[in-house]
Design a protein around this ligand. Structure first.
Ligand SMILES: [Zn+2]
Length: 343
């Protein structure tokens, strides 16, 4: 009699566990909802940047940098729930500036990889609509053609590199057009990190004017973002699915802009300070020290730290950014000589 009771108890526990398993895993997989947002960042006609929302579990970013059709996972953002067993990251994990490779599959949680191998996931992804976002307007192709064909030589000439002796950043993720998963956006400049440009740089290192011009912005009275302000800018961007211009401006931190005429403006961002005497409205020579490298506008600065310091440099042409609509390889061919970068 006692044996029967034990057996019944064991069966009850097994049945309970099975019910719990089906209740937890079954419905969450069956109701998996995948939505895709595709961006064509290099005007090739193909979507090369894809944001993929997997139900409420995760957001995955994939980037096909060379339009080869094979995408690398460059970022993810997961929400931990009792059902999905994911560790909460709060933000992107695969996008590590310290790493040499963009793709680091080891940082994608195993539970997420497993989820993405289920038939339910494959089914839901296949059922997702195209979700294209028009980043590319009709004028962008013409813009790229003009810049690349030398049509613009008369105004895109005589530049020198903003960090003396430096070369273009060696990693594609530091070039314009690279995804910025943490703010659901696309990079518009060149990130000149220590170790990536061939010459020493870092917090407090000087940056120089790339060409003679007029200083049209110099944030001499800049006040660093608080942690709350930084977090809010990121939250607004993630909710919008892109980085709106006011938030993008906040995240560039302390800036100097120099107008070189004919619609060409250089921007120096994340600065730690501005060189003495540099004020809006003044004329400046090529090669003059304008400011000092820093991390303003970055998460680390909003937390009171000084890590991650680098120059973020943009060259704006008719309101667009140099590199917009171009592949990383095309940017290297064009921008290296144009900006006077070392080989
Ligand atoms: Zn940057």
């Amino acid at each position: 009699m006692q044996r029967v009771v034990v057996l019944a108890l064991v069966l009850l526990i097994i049945a309970g566990a099975a019910a719990w398993y089906l209740g937890v895993v079954g419905p969450s997989a069956a109701t998996l909802d995948v939505s895709l947002t595709r961006y064509d960042t290099n005007a090739s006609g193909n979507a090369d940047l894809i944001r993929e929302r997997i139900g409420t579990h995760a957001t995955i970013w994939r980037w096909d940098r060379d339009d080869s059709g094979s995408e690398d996972v460059v970022g993810y953002d997961v929400t931990a729930t009792p059902e999905n067993g994911l560790a909460s990251t709060g933000t992107v994990g695969a996008w590590d500036y310290g790493a040499d490779n963009v793709l680091d599959s080891g940082t994608v949680p195993v539970a997420l990889q497993e989820l993405m191998r289920t038939p339910e996931y494959a089914e839901a992804r296949a059922a997702a609509g195209p979700g294209n976002v028009e980043l590319v307007d009709a004028g962008l192709r013409d813009f790229v053609d003009n810049v690349q064909s030398g049509y613009d030589e008369w105004r895109l000439s005589d530049f020198q590199y903003p960090i003396l002796g430096g070369r273009l950043p060696t990693a594609d993720r530091l070039l314009p057009g690279a995804p910025r998963a943490y703010r659901f956006g696309v990079h518009q400049g060149f990130d000149m990190y220590p170790g990536y440009i061939g010459v020493p740089t870092g917090y407090g290192a000087p940056t120089v004017s790339v060409k003679a011009g007029t200083v049209v912005r110099a944030d001499v009275d800049y006040v660093e973002l608080t942690a709350e302000e930084y977090d809010e800018a990121i939250a607004i961007s993630q909710a919008a699915g892109t980085t709106p211009e006011p938030q993008l401006d906040q995240l560039r931190g302390r800036q100097v802009w120099i107008d070189h005429g004919n619609g060409v403006i250089s921007r120096y961002a994340h600065l730690s300070g501005i060189a003495p005497g540099i004020v809006e409205g003044m004329e400046i020579e090529a090669g003059s020290v304008v400011a000092f490298v820093g991390n303003s506008g970055m998460e680390s600065a909003s937390r009171g730290g000084d890590s991650g310091a680098h120059l973020h440099f943009e060259l704006r042409i008719d309101g667009r950014y140099l590199g917009e609509g171009m592949s990383p390889d095309a940017i290297r061919v064009l921008a290296g000589p144009l900006l006077g970068a070392a080989e």
